[in-house]
Write a protein that binds this ligand. Structure first.
Ligand code: NAD
Length: 472
């Protein structure tokens, strides 16, 4: 049985206190892990600071090899780590194991990137080079929906660029991350990677810590705003990947039977707990009824239950607070729209809500205006695509969005007007480590993944060399 201790300065150490982690499918104990004190947080940052100069001085090839080894170790232990993820996060076991492989694939792909020196000018007067130096200690703060995939958005880039890391998983899902830390701890010099767990009480101290140079945060917009404020005093670099309320604009020229399964998957995967899940579906009047019926039929036949059960497609909500929030949104949706599938909240144990489709609903209902982050999809009627786009864009979030049509040219034109970091055409939520991921408005500041994401873990250093003989 793993100890789920903290990784500080190359060693697994017991926390000053412990933290009980609840299995959301049974409401019993999924495991107990160490919980860091404020002084252990300081130790982790200090270890990362001390390790930084030597790590930054290694070649990018050495760092790449270390990340590749971490990727391999994750893949070799995917069954164990995946089972832990299912226990603490709730997702079906195949998806838990899949998430570990996702961590491995993303890490390896991101580790293959490079930071070449750019020659900006090479003239008789001067030679100007653009280098990419590491920043120092990076704090990585992770939410509870994809503990390992979202770690892979941060760990490979931060380490490849030569930074050292202090990682803090969410308090309801720290176990897989701590176990992974234990498995990989000897791959890196002590202090290069530190992992601490908290009970939602160390985020502010970590993001305001004078020893931290950059915060790479994924979580809610409300917490992202706090991260930005607490980093302000020491002018930290921040990357904030936050909430979304992604809309799909479905035109009248699609076949509802063909698109319904894809739209359903985009909305309900991981029980809707994905930042780029489809959260508002705008369907054209001419296909509205048929699309609603198709979606309702899929929802009714989708099996939900404990992630350990055979054939289960959707698990529970991840934690009690989210379960209660989604129930309140569901109650409001009942008042303001018509539930045509699901809508039930089974007797416990477990934070389960039936996959739910709500029709005849519009802006003004919580299910349309807020990020539900749960298994409920509102289907909203429109008749004019331009007017629908205005309604879609009238939203504080802008993470992703999609346009669905048989007319590629028309879809492309509409997609260009959707105010979001990523707009998909005839698909939704396709992510790839080589493709930059960013959000507009209150969904994001900065970029993760792709070459742009890697650059965000660096400081640009311009070398401007005079061509004179001796500088005189
Ligand atoms: P959250 O903001 O409550 O917590 C995220 C992390 O921040 C946790 O580790 C938490 O302990 C930590 N934290 C809490 N208070 C803090 C503080 N004051 N300073 C620093 N860190 C603090 O979010 P959540 O409820 O865990 O996750 C759900 C949200 O995350 C949703 O809104 C979802 O859309 C968003 N999300 C965004 C992306 C993305 O890439 N854009 C990906 C996944 C999830």
């Amino acid at each position: 049985m793993p100890s789920f201790e903290l990784l500080i300065n190359g060693k697994m150490v017991p926390g000053a206190a412990s933290l009980d982690v609840i299995d959301p499918a049974t409401e019993t104990l999924a495991g107990t892990c160490s919980r860091a004190s404020m002084s252990q947080l300081d130790e982790a940052v200090e270890a990362a600071r001390a390790a930084f100069p030597a790590w930054a001085a290694t070649s990018i090839g050495e760092r790449r090899a270390a990340i590749e080894r971490i990727s391999d170790i994750a893949a070799e232990n995917a069954e164990e780590l995946g089972a832990i993820l299912t226990r603490e996060q709730g997702k079906p076991l195949a998806e838990g194991i899949g998430e570990v492989h996702g961590f491995a694939v993303f890490s390896k792909r991101l580790a293959s990137m490079d930071l070449p020196v750019e020659i900006l000018e090479d003239s008789e007067k001067r030679r100007v080079e653009s280098h990419r130096a590491p920043l120092g200690v990076v704090a990585a703060i992770i939410p509870w929906n994809y503990p390992l995939i979202l770690l892979a958005y941060k760990l490979p880039g931060a380490l490849l660029a030569g930074n050292t890391l202090v990682v803090k998983p969410a308090p309801t899902t720290p176990l897989a991350t701590l176990r992974l830390a234990e498995l990989v701890k000897d791959v890196l010099p002590p202090g290069v990677l530190n992992v601490i767990a908290d009970d939602n009480d160390l985020g502010a101290a970590l993001t305001s810590h004078p020893g931290v140079r950059k915060v790479s945060f994924t979580g809610s917009s409300a917490t992202g705003a706090k991260v930005m404020a607490s980093g302000a005093e020491t002018l930290k670099r921040v990357s904030l990947e936050m909430g979304g309320n992604d809309a799909a604009l479905v035109l009248g020229d699609v076949d509802p039977k063909v698109v319904a399964p894809e739209l359903f998957a985009a909305a309900f995967r991981n029980n809707g707990q994905i930042c780029i899940a489809l959260k508002r579906l705008y369907a054209h009047d001419s296909i509205y009824d048929e699309l609603c019926d198709e979606l309702a039929a899929i929802a009714k036949e989708t099996k939900f239950g404990p992630g350990t059960e055979e054939g289960v497609a959707l698990g529970p909500l991840q934690n009690r607070a989210q379960y209660e929030k989604v129930q309140a949104i569901l109650a409001d949706a009942r008042d303001k729209g018509k539930v045509i599938a699901g809508g039930g909240v089974p007797e416990g144990p477990g934070y389960f809500i039936e996959p739910t489709i709500v029709r005849d609903v519009a802006e003004g209902a919580r299910i349309v205006d807020e990020e539900q982050f749960g298994p409920i999809l509102p289907v909203i009627r429109y008749s004019d695509a331009n007017e629908a786009l205005d309604r879609i864009n009238d939203c504080p979030h802008g993470l992703g969005g999609s346009v669905w049509s048989g007319d590629a040219e028309h879809a492309h034109q509409l997609a260009m007007r959707l105010d979001a970091g990523t707009v998909w055409v005839n698909q939704h939520a396709d992510v790839d480590p080589a493709i930059p991921f960013t959000g507009s408005k209150q969904s994001g500041i900065g970029t993760e993944l792709g070459q742009e994401g890697l650059l965000e873990f660096t400081q640009q250093r311009i070398l401007n060399i005079a061509r004179k003989e001796s500088g005189g």
